[in-house]
Design a protein. Sequence first.
Length: 374
Amino acid sequence: MIKFLDLHKINARFEIHFQERFRSFLNSGYYILGSEVERFEADFASYCGTNYCIGTANGLDALTLIFKSYIHLGKLQRNDEVIVPANTYIASILSVINAGLKPVLVEPDLETYNISPEEITKHITPNTKAILVVHLYGQLADMNAINALAKSEGLLVIEDAAQAHGAVANLNVKTPNSKIRKSGNLGDAAAFSFYPTKNLGALGDAGAVTTNDEDLAQTVKLMRNYGSSKKYVNEIAGVNSRLDELQAAFLNIKLKHLDEDNSKRRSIGKRYLQEIKNKKLILPFYSCENDHVFHVFVIRVIDRADFEAYLHAHDIGYLIHYPIPPHQQNALSMFNEELFPITEKIHKTIISIPMSPVMSEDEISTVINVLNAY
Ligand SMILES: *Cc1c(COP(=O)(O)O)cnc(C)c1O
């Protein structure tokens, strides 16, 4: 059996370090917003190249807190429209709704699965105030085009970077002193999730906001902790969405291995792209640069039910990201009448095959051979 994702194997690599860190965490007697959270915030900001990182309880909260903070700062108003890709994970859309804003769903590009800048242009109205970009499946969206568009229209750009930790942008302008720009530092603000299955995953829930905007950073930091920076003094009506101290301790250990893990994912992606040769299977687009961190490796197949049965019979794990598009979910009934043909086509035909930094060359070869024999 080749697992879709072996989470235990991924984390077992760090077992001794986790145990050591847990022991000092336990002995410290300090369990909320301590030195581990502080260290993670400093190190993850520096990893992304941003001035600020604020830890949160999860990725959905990170997104929601960005929007609520922009409302608090007067940069967004209730019912402003936010453009969101129609084929994203539902959390992106829920964050916009939960903050009291209006999501406007836009079709992706069929080749990259990321939001199409042309489609964004078609959906801009006088009420549009922000674009929520999702780097879906680990591949950066077309940030050159999206940032240029946002600049000319005066829109905020927020990244949902929950699937793209460490992805490096290929920017138009390459001057000798231009910094490498990574996901989390490609718009006005970004949200990350460290859900265990993500490229940088905790052993429970965790998330973070990154930004270069000092006002936004301060507001998110207040809001995630009851609107309080001084104990029992509440400046704004906040929430409890703190990054857990123990999860931050685990993340501090794992952050050091993120680049290495992403390289391994890319090398698996390259092998799949070179060696899977089957006309029934549509392989994903990849520029061969570091703008993709292969959170998942998504292929398309017309008769998916038949292919699923085949994988099952050959003991190859798989998942579908995602089986029901957000606009067809009962939870989002306001979109149920709308049609998104590209999104629907993607959701009917996609399937994700095994991808993780702990796959052996033999396992990769087996997946390739089984797919070629389909
Ligand atoms: C995982 C994920 C989220 C939400 O993260 P949680 O930590 O589960 O709240 C948001 N957006 C995308 C694209 C995701 O993949």
